[in-house]
Design a protein around this ligand. Structure first.
Ligand code: CA
Length: 240
């Protein structure tokens, strides 16, 4: 089973800025990200990295710690002050102090050189998913679907005012669909976005959770789109 990369979600291309002065590394990282479907721009020093992030407003930044002009910590501080964006920091050595400062100024994750491209891609995917998930819940804390109310802040579900217990994965699944009213999500997308990893017998796992959700919240809550996936109808979903 293949999981859907965030680069391809919604058909929108995610943009990554790579700030790295070592050209071979910058080129290799960019090539690998492009092959995964990302749009990539490279900046070779600190000041141009800051300027590029302000101009392009990327979805994620891969940021080297040791840079000419401004170091990675200062670059991270400046791009984060503009707007929050996930930052994956690259460090040349296990400099613990640098690292702690880097994480303190808003880097979300780091990798020590040399790293594998496979690992880099896995980290990039995970950071983007996390960022998109928290943006979704922050924008729509309470979602209504008919007489069902989902509160993402408390993770409580009420049907006709009565509390109903959902497991965390059931909650995330129904909330993910309800936050995208009218849109059909494939099983692969749901696995990638809700579970966040490949599940053995993935499609059947989604189906069995949908069955449980229908049993708890009513059969009409989720529509099956045969051969495609699942959707919650626009007319039923009402974001507050
Ligand atoms: Ca460097």
């Amino acid at each position: 089973m293949t999981s859907l990369a965030p680069s391809a979600r919604d058909g929108l291309v995610r943009t990554v800025v790579v700030v790295e002065d070592e050209q071979p590394i910058a080129q290799a990282v960019a090539a690998r990200l492009r092959s995964e479907g990302y749009a990539v721009e490279i900046a070779a020093d600190g000041p141009s990295g800051v300027a590029m992030c302000a101009r392009i407003r990327p979805d994620l930044v891969v940021l080297d710690l040791m840079l000419p002009g401004l170091d990675g910590i200062e670059v991270c501080k400046r791009i984060q002050s503009e707007r929050p964006v996930p930052v994956l920091m690259l460090t040349a050595r296990d400099g613990e102090t640098d690292l702690l400062v880097g994480l303190a100024v808003g880097a979300d994750d780091y990798m020590t050189k040399p790293f594998s491209m496979r690992e880099l891609i896995a980290r990039v995917h995970a950071l983007l998913r996390r960022a998109e998930r928290s943006a979704d819940s922050a924008q729509q804390p309470v979602v209504r679907i008919g007489d069902v109310e989902l509160d993402a802040t408390t993770r409580r579900v009420r049907v006709d005012g009565e509390l109903v217990h959902l497991t965390p994965i059931e909650f995330d699944l129904v909330h993910y669909l309800a936050a995208r009213p009218g849109r059909v999500s494939t099983r692969e997308e749901l696995l990638a976005q809700v579970w966040g990893y490949d599940v053995p017998s993935g499609a059947r796992t989604v189906d069995s959770h949908i069955r449980t959700i229908r049993r708890k919240l009513g059969p009409a809550i989720v529509r099956t789109v045969h051969g495609v996936g699942y959707a919650i109808e626009e007319a039923r979903a009402n974001c507050m």
